[in-house]
Design a protein around this ligand. Sequence first.
Ligand code: GTP
Ligand code: MG
Length: 477
Amino acid sequence: MRMTRGSTMAKGSEEFPVLAGTGGVALGEARTNHAGRKAILLVRGEDDTLEFATLVATMGITIVETLHQSGPIDPRGYFGKGRLQDLADELTSRTVSSHPWQQVDLILMHTNASPRQLVGVSEAVGVEVWDRVRLLLSLFTSHASSLEARTQVRIARMQSDRTVLRELANQETTGERAGYGGAGSTALQAIIDNMNRELLHLRKRQKKHAIAQSERRKQRSRGGAMTVGLAGYTNAGKSSLFLSLSGKEVLVKDKLFSTLETTIGRMEASPRVLLADTIGFIDHLPSSTLDAFRATLAEALESDLLLILADVSDHPEELERKLFTSRNEVFTRFYGEEIDEEFPWQSVDSSVVHHVLTVLTKCDQATDEQKEEGIATVAALGLPEPILISSHSGEGMQKLKDTILLHLFGPPRDLLLLPVPAEGGRAVEGLVSDVYDAGLVAKRTNHDDGIVELRVWIHEHALARLLSHSRHRIEVK
Ligand SMILES: Nc1nc2c(ncn2[C@@H]2O[C@H](COP(=O)(O)OP(=O)(O)OP(=O)(O)O)[C@@H](O)[C@H]2O)c(=O)[nH]1
Ligand SMILES: [Mg+2]
């Protein structure tokens, strides 16, 4: 939706004004489907554009041409004024249908642009302009399916739009922007005020949701359940692992940011172990944007055990970058730990690291060399020694399950359940069912003398409770 300045804000309707030349700041519900659009990408220097291009492709947008400019970045327009003018001229002169830019209606900037740059480029070229943050926000918007995800995406979007509108208001006031002067800045201020009100409302809604979530988390843990959180760069294979461990359907796609909210499921055959799949990380997401997802992340990161996942079939440099980002998001941003770059392992509080397992995924499609490099990278970053798995082939999955249980419960215990004594008492099967309720039974053996032996993963508190209620009929072997 693109409207010109001067249209009025229609209360409660779909009709919201969009300010022409504002880097595509669209108020109201944002467009969610961008498939089929054509774009031109602006790149400074020798930046690697692979990830950016993947994000764009994920949205079904085609990059028709990539324009490069070397030299220092222009603080007003990212590209220099002359190049932007050339771009604008080319866009206006593409009247012949054979022109490759014929259907281009989007300019992409390969950077997290300042509000000033967004406004500058947008004014110069006269079509919609996205920087990397705007691209991510549009991607989030099109993938957000639940109310919770939509709320957090909308908050992130509005925060970002507000900085652009403030820049515009500022340019109007200082006279830097021609045309509307005081009246323009008053109109902008009215829109910003509206946004502030809506943000307040959305944040309240989000807070309520977070409180309810945290209450549910406490209830689960009071009920004796343990939670395993899945974290990692986007597309690392979190939802696939979740699916494979829990059997619960979640969206698995070879797309970035398929998952935007947290789903809780139970580990198969281990009903006391809960799994939390969540949104992935990405480099250089502004903290204000990431903060909008904090409540969702908390659901997975505030767990009894956190798995940090990375795709070992990635190029080694990519793997390192993504693991580095994941580690920093978890430790620095979320747990608030200071990391000493030289000795990351030692510098993070050991009680925190104790709750972390590193998992290298997709090992079915990695070479031996990649696996070796992956293991070395994990060590260099000071993360716990990794477990290599494949959710597709099943490789490493049993080891992962056992390691999860070992971390949560300690080694399995062998319990002997004694038969009913002469003076009477509960049937052995009653005791068996008590053990099943308290822990995870891995193996059962019925002895000839009526004793039932159970190998069980059990939390020490639960074991103590079980023993004290057993009238000496349960013994630890
Ligand atoms: N070959 C192979 N591919 C895998 C494996 N695990 C996941 N994939 C693929 O990797 C892609 C991403 O998987 P997801 O499970 O959606 O990844 P995610 O971490 O949940 O991604 P986001 O939710 O987008 O952050 C999908 O195409 C999966 O099929 C694996 O073990 N082997
Ligand atoms: Mg996912």
